[in-house]
Design a protein around this ligand. Sequence first.
Ligand SMILES: CC(=O)SCCNC(=O)CCNC(=O)[C@H](O)C(C)(C)COP(=O)(O)OP(=O)(O)OC[C@H]1O[C@@H](n2cnc3c(N)ncnc32)[C@H](O)[C@@H]1OP(=O)(O)O
Length: 429
Amino acid sequence: MATRKAPAVRKVAIVGGNRIPFARSNGPYSRASNQDMFTAALDGLVSRFSLQGEVIGEVAAGAVLKHSKDFNLARESVLGSKLSPATAASDVQMACGTGLQAVINVAHKIALGEIDSAIAGGVDTTSDAPLAVNANLRQILVQLNAAKTLADRLKLVAKLRPGHIVPEIPRNAEPRTGLSMGEHAALTAQVWDVTREAQDELAATSHRNLAAAYDRGFFDDLVTPYLKLARDQNLRPDSSVEKLAKLKPVYGGPDGTMTAGNSTPLTDGASTVLLATEQWAKAHNLPVLAYLTFSQTAAVDYVHGDEGLLMAPAYAVPRMLERAGLTLQDFDFYEIHEAFASQVLATLKAWEDPAFAKEKLGLDAPLGSIDRAKLNVNGSSLAAGHPFAATGGRIVATLAKLLNEKGSGRGLISICAAGGQGVTAILEK
Ligand SMILES: CC(=O)SCCNC(=O)CCNC(=O)[C@H](O)C(C)(C)COP(=O)(O)OP(=O)(O)OC[C@H]1O[C@@H](n2cnc3c(N)ncnc32)[C@H](O)[C@@H]1OP(=O)(O)O
């Protein structure tokens, strides 16, 4: 008789990451597809960690904007990569939280013993956005494809009208409110009284920090140069508060505080992260940079309630801290995705606010302030750019490496996502 084995939760190690430099939309990667970019990031990881021909437990990845031919983009990318074709792969979708959610999905499988190694990541391009034919034309084309006789086909062709050629263009907007991410963030900035000066300061710091990280070689081993781009194209080392102050508002009307400089740009790019058990990493002679120890998602009702669209991390983080037995101050690094400078600042203000703590979180006291010197120390999305699903992988790889450099410590990851969702995690060394 077989002996039943008790399930054991195993530690999930972050081995390292790889990404291609991020490019501005309609720039150097405009002819590259999601599959091209993700495969490039994947193959960079494969060669970095000598995984050629290896069967990895699972590859999980996603893109926020996906063509219909990419129904399983992760699997197609694996088949185009140097990994063994016997590597299973799944697509993940959680808007801008996709990359981190992919990390969490495979981490759970490693923890539960289903797999010993995994690659998670994400990719996005707004240059090659999935334009679709409109619903009327779609219906005619589908029926045309199924029509059995020439007469049936001609009848359907006769239904075609000039208006049918108008394509459906994906909008960077919430389907239920019609407002763009930026317009939603501008409403939240008003509620939390986030000033233009504070936003520009955060943006300038992001550029300064990312430039310093490149200069000290922090990204030398992470980045695979791609299509002649060696650094994130959006990075402006000379970006200053004075220059940022001159930009016109793009959201929130003429008196708005949000500009092209304190909002993320539309970006193309891909990122990957290798996760494994400690034993697998050791057997492959690979390092353990850090461990993923906690994760949490949350969602807010931004449609009917008074919640800001991008405020879900303000809820996910306290729930995660409670489960982990930690306070907001117990961290050496904070990686808060800079969708917009105003969104980061509104989240920090919410955590400091006694009324938010009491009324929204049901807590006696607010979470409190963080040491801003520990925030996005190597820059974040305002400087690097934000290829939606690729941001999570960039952040996890960056934080794991920071913790490894330090030799010990703990980092908090917080990512807001469209649809009123938030994905958060804790990495520890
Ligand atoms: C959950 C989430 O993550 S939600 C977030 C999702 N992301 C988004 O929604 C992306 C939103 N971003 C956008 O749609 C666009 O980038 C916009 C609307 C903000 C700006 O678009 P554009 O106007 O095309 O930006 P563009 O790059 O041309 O910049 C406008 C000007 O600002 C200047 N500028 C931009 N950044 C900086 C900077 N850091 N320092 C100095 N100047 C800057 C540019 O040089 C340009 O100047 P010019 O007009 O003299 O050439």
